[in-house]
Design a binder for this molecule. Structure first.
Ligand SMILES: [Zn+2]
Length: 282
């Protein structure tokens, strides 16, 4: 069955000047529309769901626009935009779909910047963490964005219901993820390491996970490790197809949440290939 895409035009209404801007999602949406995907409109995450992940003081500051840093602007109504993106992740979890909503989330920790990072890296609320907590099921979070999801690690460090696996460029922003810690398995990779090394590492990483322990796979789907993008690991469209096959081989319910990926023309193609690889096995 073809995976449904979660999307709302509302996520295109802010931040036109920033690298994490509407174009990256707008172009992905246009490409996927041509490929006959079905789209579903999300509703905002409830404050109750948000507060299962984030501290009340941080949310208060986010509502007031008091959380600007050098990467992450305090746009008007950013709390509402972030809540809708988190709602997209929750809907994706409910329907085993793919949320292409923005802003992204995996750098956002409980109180903002996580594990000593100096910014929140374009993130406000941790969408995938909010969806995983809302489901309440034992989960494998697989983070294939080119950056380490320091926010996600901070939130789930020591959580017996969650295993977090991340492959990412290192040394690089946010400066975390150099080694594994407990339930957080980190696989640092050098710049432009290429598809062969990436897939070998992914196979090794997934081989270390006890699949009997979780009921759902939550994928932080970032595409900034595509060759030439912000955190390039030298991957191509074909690499995402191969990643999709490996996700399907886990043989669990899966949902996907967009993280990075800053070349608009490329994001739609990469998402399509990831889902093609995933669906080949389902
Ligand atoms: Zn990234």
């Amino acid at each position: 069955m073809k995976t449904k895409i979660v999307f709302s035009e509302k996520c295109l209404n802010y931040g036109g000047w920033h690298i994490e801007g509407p174009t990256r999602v707008k172009m992905a949406h246009e490409f996927l529309k041509e490929k006959d995907y079905e789209f579903l409109e999300p509703t905002p995450a409830s404050e109750e769901d948000v507060l299962k992940v984030h501290d009340v003081d941080y949310i208060w500051n986010l509502k007031k626009g008091l959380v600007e840093d050098s990467d992450t602007p305090a746009y008007d109504n950013i709390y509402e935009h972030a809540r809708l993106s988190a709602g997209g992740a929750i809907l994706a979890a409910e329907i085993n779909g793919f949320s292409i909503m923005r802003p992204p989330g995996h750098h956002a920790g409980r109180r903002g910047a996580a594990l000593g990072a100096y910014t929140r890296g374009f993130c406000y609320l941790n969408n995938i963490a909010i969806a995983v907590k809302a489901m309440g099921k034992p989960a494998l979070i697989l983070d294939v964005d080119g950056h380490h999801g320091n926010g996600t690690q901070e939130i789930f460090q020591g959580d017996e219901k969650v295993v977090y696996v991340s492959l990412h460029r290192y040394p690089y922003y946010p400066g975390t993820g150099a080694y594994s810690e407990g339930n957080c398995l980190n696989f640092p990779l050098p710049v432009d390491c290429g598809e062969i090394r990436y897939l070998e590492t992914l196979d090794r990483a997934l081989g270390m996970v006890d699949t009997g322990k979780f009921e759902v796979v939550a994928v932080s789907a970032g595409f900034d490790n595509h060759v030439g993008d912000l955190a390039s690991l030298g991957l191509t469209e074909n690499s995402y197809r191969e990643i999709g096959k490996r996700i399907a081989a886990l043989d669990k319910p899966v949902f996907f949440v967009l993280e990075g990926g800053y070349v608009g023309e490329q994001n739609g193609k990469d998402i399509d290939q990831l889902l093609k690889g995933y669906e080949e096995r389902t």
